[in-house]
Design a protein around this ligand. Structure first.
Ligand code: KG4
Ligand code: ZN
Length: 353
């Protein structure tokens, strides 16, 4: 089976071709970062127009790299939500049009399911596993029981962790998008303990997260420094302090989630991390150490498959196609689409993915 995947839910326009034997034949990602940078964040209208402008060319490029034409495909998968609705509409309409014209199955993929199943594409992870999903719009712990079967164990009560990284970068004058810049700045730290920061939720029962207090504490630390502007050493130490606080919180919440997951799934012994923030090496190292201490295997996707991409959408499409979970053309793009519809809505949860 060979599936074309299309991803347009945020600020990456992406097309990929993946096989059911876990081969990524093409994985093309066009970042719109430069177009959004002047605004310090993703502008939905600009994103939608950019997807429209570039998507057909990227699909042609992905097919050419895979050495295929539409005739060689077994299905067309597109992100059907959640995300910025203008972009999602562009991807879904494109996928439906190709599927209709070529008589191929159309697969509407939940973007979060794409992140959640990446560990099966890269590492053949067996169900059930515990998933920490950390991106610009989401911060959740989920028991992944099967395709389409997710039980949410915890979520953020305010900001997503990627959002917190982006805001921290802004406060430190590092630019946008913030995660990789904070990570790089932290590498130059000489004293990460110089600016103590709080660890919201640490030690509390349950698996929920909170990051707004950490962001406020960082802002206060910055405001307390002399006005002449931050010295490079201060930026590095603040970035490292922030990253360590995040690592402590994520590890603590994951430790609680492992206990809850174990109780419900005695056979599950894998911790998976996914989403854009999963690219952070310091966080990966911390989670790997936690997993080892708990007797769990640890799976983190290669860096190129942490951020938004279409290979994960194509793979989720393959999993769904294999189970006969084909969508019809009445599928309507969804701005919100929780993986676990039984979980309560989190206050302040964003629509990004
Ligand atoms: O999954 P993703 O590419 O897009 C969605 O939000 O769906 O995640 C993007 C987020 C951004 O907030 C970005 O700052 C963060 O992931 N990020 C990182 C790193 N790379 C990307 N955060 C921390 N460290 C990184 N190395
Ligand atoms: Zn994402």
């Amino acid at each position: 089976m060979i599936v074309l995947g299309i991803e347009t839910s945020c600020d990456e326009t992406a097309a990929a071709v993946v096989t059911d034997s876990r081969e990524i034949l093409a994985n093309v990602v066009l970042s719109q970062v430069a177009e959004h940078r002047p605004y310090g964040g993703v502008v939905p209208e600009i994103a939608a127009r950019a997807h429209l402008e570039h998507l057909d060319r990227l699909i042609a490029q992905a097919l050419a790299e895979a050495g295929l034409t539409f005739g060689g495909l077994d299905g067309i998968a597109a992100t059907g939500g959640p995300g910025l609705i203008g972009g999602v509409i562009v991807g879904v309409m494109m996928a439906k049009a190709i599927a209709y014209a070529r008589g191929l199955p159309f697969l509407a993929v939940n973007h979060l399911e794409g992140h959640a199943l990446t560990a099966r594409l890269t590492d053949d992870a067996a169900f059930p596993y515990l998933l920490l999903l950390v991106s610009g719009g989401h911060c959740q712990l989920l028991a992944v029981e099967g395709v389409g079967r997710y039980r949410r164990l915890g979520t953020t009560i305010d900001d997503a962790v990627g959002e917190a990284f982006d805001k921290a970068a802004k406060l430190l004058g590092l630019g946008y998008p913030g995660g990789p810049l904070v990570e790089r700045a932290a590498l130059a730290a000489s004293d990460p303990g110089r600016f103590p920061l709080p660890r919201p939720m640490l030690g509390r029962p349950g698996c929920d997260f909170s990051f707004s207090g950490l962001k406020t504490a960082l802002r206060q630390r910055v405001a307390a420094l002399p006005e002449a502007g931050l010295a490079a050493g201060e930026v590095a130490d603040l970035a490292a302090a922030f990253q360590e606080a995040v690592a402590d919180v994520l590890a603590d919440r994951c430790r609680h989630a492992i206990a809850a997951f174990r109780a419900a799934h005695p056979k599950g012994t894998t911790l998976v991390v996914a989403g854009g923030v999963a690219a952070n090496r310091a966080l990966r190292a911390r989670l790997a150490a936690l997993a080892a201490a708990e007797g769990f295997a640890f799976v983190a996707p290669p860096l190129a498959l942490c951020g938004d991409n279409a290979a994960m959408i194509a793979w989720a499409g393959i999993e769904r196609l294999g189970l006969g979970l084909i969508d019809d053309f009445s599928f309507a793009p969804r701005p919100r689409w929780p993986l676990d519809p039984t979980a309560r809505a989190a206050p302040g949860a964003g629509v990004k993915a």
